[in-house]
Design a protein around this ligand. Structure first.
Ligand code: ADP
Length: 630
């Protein structure tokens, strides 16, 4: 008779921590309805599962009952044919119950997988519709946890918790009925004994859990010491300060504590088993004793078979009782999980497609900022009253120290964020009135740190225009100055890039992303120049690629290099979220303001380092170094 109480594996808890208790969700009718709305599409399969559970629970109890017949009528009654029949019946019933169990498991897995399939899809859609702010203010790890382990938790709830409540409940009821049918007195005794068994289980579980926690913490501290002292810089520090002995003492103390905890932990597990096995055998012995007394002293009509059946049934009850007593814990955890997922579903996308969205027939890429104000976290304003007009076909360079709001400004055009005051118009229409997909299709952005998907160069290019032909790809890459590089690769366009493939330099990535923009063929081109220094050949190549782009369409350039600035029709100088100067390079330099300062400090230095560089020379990252130390 082996009894392993449910939910007592290492690391599992059959009680709630204080934190879990404090955060236990309120189970409202709405919450339950919402949970069940996910099950609803599969109600037919659910009913079938329920039927399987009922039948298999009843059948699983039957062999215990048949044991009584086997003993009384078969063995004691010395009836061999009946004995054989009963044995065969008992085997058949066990087999049947297991077969139904298989069907039940299949149905269970099927339902759970389909529900989580629906949930994952809906969650993915929902996350895709969330705005930039959501992704910048939420930890990426949290978002992924929600998508993966939380939804997987739901699968566990459906396959384990829900079906465990049902099958254990039914098994318990059937066992109790069968016990009371035999002898009510012994049945009552059983009803009293079984729950008592779970008390030491819980106490032992708690002790063990806190020891596991303590060992875990100790282990973390232990690893922390290793990481700190055995790293290159850590070792240098230890050596230079002569702290070897001190560090050794610290390490030895942690090591000793870990040894003690580990011994205590494994012994707690051992005692736990002693307690459980002892308690588990007290029950049957009590039944034998009381049953024997009833049989011998009180001439009860109890038979040996009856007592055996009662003892077998008793042992069948431990598992279900233990599980059901812990159900509250499971239930609260499940509801907390559902609440967490539903909270995510309830987050409203901040930026949505407007009702009656406008889709203009043509587009020129003209942009106008009209007294724009913006803040990420009100009331702290990042942009204060920004106004400028970018006419179709023209280009503007935005310069300014890092943190002055350049990227923020351009992010308002494709509505990665919405203005908090004033308006941004695209082709004369407020961007908030335009169809979001259309608006974004008109804008091509080359960002500082270009993101390429894990895939081939071709995949990355086709992302912009899936129907582009080979010739289109070649032409775009030629214009972006990257074709000679692609040609040099053994697999050409089919070279895999990204984490699992070819590592590209910053300049190469940016040129691929320029080719991607050329394929997208937007009316407005936004170029956020990399602040990081590129070698002069890469810089020249990028410059050559973007200059025709700037000349051929409306462009906004967040510029860090003089050559880029000079390519623009107008320069806007941003400082602390305000446009402090605007105009042409020559006028601005003469003015003696912020621009002059940027120009003098940075261009002067760069020219010294790069004596052959003319004024149009490539000055690496002047804005970046202007704000040295940021
Ligand atoms: P620039 O492009 O000129 O370097 P940014 O537009 O990136 O400047 O940033 C302007 C200011 O806004 C900075 O102070 C920055 O810290 C802040 N900021 C940028 N992005 C966010 C964000 N997602 N949430 C909150 N603050 C932000």
């Amino acid at each position: 008779m082996t009894m392993r109480p449910a939910g007592m594996g290492r690391g599992m808890r059959n009680f709630l921590t204080e934190e879990e208790k404090a955060h236990a969700p309120k189970v409202t009718k709405e919450l339950l309805e919402r949970v069940f709305s996910w099950l609803k599409p599969y109600y037919k399969q659910l009913l079938l599962t329920l039927l399987c559970i009922i039948v298999s629970s009843i059948l699983s109890i039957l062999p215990s009952v048949l044991t009584g017949e086997i003993i009384d009528k078969g063995l004691i009654g010395r009836n061999l044919p009946l004995l054989v029949r009963l044995i065969l019946l008992s085997l058949a019933v066990t087999f049947g119950s297991n077969l139904i169990g298989v069907a039940e498991s299949y149905l269970n897995a099927w339902i759970a997988q389909h529900i989580t399939f629906d949930m994952r899809n809906k969650m993915f859609r929902h996350l895709e519709s969330m705005s930039q702010r959501f992704f910048t203010s939420n930890n990426q790890g949290d978002i992924i946890t929600r998508m993966t382990s939380d939804i997987d938790g739901v699968r566990m709830i459906i396959t384990n918790t829900f079906s465990s409540i049902l099958s254990n409940g039914i098994t318990l009821v059937v066992a109790l009925v069968a016990m009371f049918q035999r002898n009510w007195l012994l049945a009552i005794l059983g009803v009293i004994i079984v729950p008592l068994f779970t008390l030491p289980t819980r106490a032992a579980g708690k002790t063990r859990w806190s020891l596991t926690q303590e060992a875990q913490e100790c282990n973390d501290a232990f690893n922390g010491i290793l990481n700190e002292t055995l790293s290159v810089s850590g070792q240098t520090l230890v050596k230079l300060f002569g702290k070897e002995e001190e560090e050794y003492q610290k390490y030895e103390a942690a090591n000793r504590r870990m040894v003690e905890l580990n011994i205590r932990e494994s012994m707690a597990g051992r005692w736990f088993r002693v307690v459980i096995t002892t308690f588990a055998s007290i029950g049957p012995m009590l039944l034998y004793l009381v049953g024997g007394i009833l049989m011998m002293k009180y001439n009860s009509d109890l038979t040996v078979g009856d007592i055996t059946v009662l003892v077998t049934l008793l042992s069948r009850m431990y598992g279900p009782v233990n599980t059901l007593l812990n159900i509250q814990v499971e239930w609260i955890r499940s509801m907390a999980l559902f609440t967490r997922i539903f909270d995510y579903f309830d987050m409203k996308p901040e930026i949505e497609n407007p009702k009656d969205a406008i889709i203009p027939d043509t587009s020129t890429g003209a942009v106008c900022f009209d007294h724009v104000r913006f803040s990420y976290d009100p009331p702290h304003e990042i942009l204060k009253d920004i106004s400028f007009e970018l006419k179709a076909g023209h280009s503007v360079a935005i310069v300014g120290p890092s943190g002055s709001g350049k990227s923020t400004t351009v992010n308002l055009i494709p509505r990665l964020y919405d203005v908090t005051g004033g308006a941004v118009t695209f082709d004369g229409v407020d961007v908030r009135k335009l169809d979001l997909a259309w608006l974004r299709s008109q804008i091509g952005v080359v960002t500082q740190d270009t993101y390429l998907f894990n895939g081939t160069i071709r995949d990355n290019l086709l992302y912009a225009r899936p129907d582009a032909t080979e010739d289109d790809l070649i032409e775009a890459c030629r214009k972006a100055n990257i074709y000679d590089f692609v040609e040099k690769q053994e697999l050409g366009f089919d070279t895999v890039v990204g984490n699992r493939g070819l590592k590209l330099s910053g300049g190469e990535k940016q040129r691929i992303s320029i080719a991607r923009i050329l394929l997208k063929d937007p009316t407005l081109f936004i170029f956020d120049e990399a602040t990081s220094a590129l070698d002069s050949i890469s810089e020249q190549k990028i410059q050559d690629a973007i200059e025709p782009l700037i000349a051929s369409r409306t462009s906004i350039l967040i510029a860090h290099r003089l050559s880029t600035i000079l390519a623009a029709d107008e320069i806007l100088v941003l400082k602390d979220g305000e446009i402090v100067e605007r105009g042409q390079h020559a006028d601005l330099v003469r003015k003696g303001g912020v621009y002059t300062e940027l120009y003098n400090t940075q261009f002067g230095k760069a020219a010294e380092m790069n004596p052959e560089g003319s004024e149009e020379g490539r000055v690496a990252g002047w804005n970046a170094s202007y704000t040295e130390g940021e």
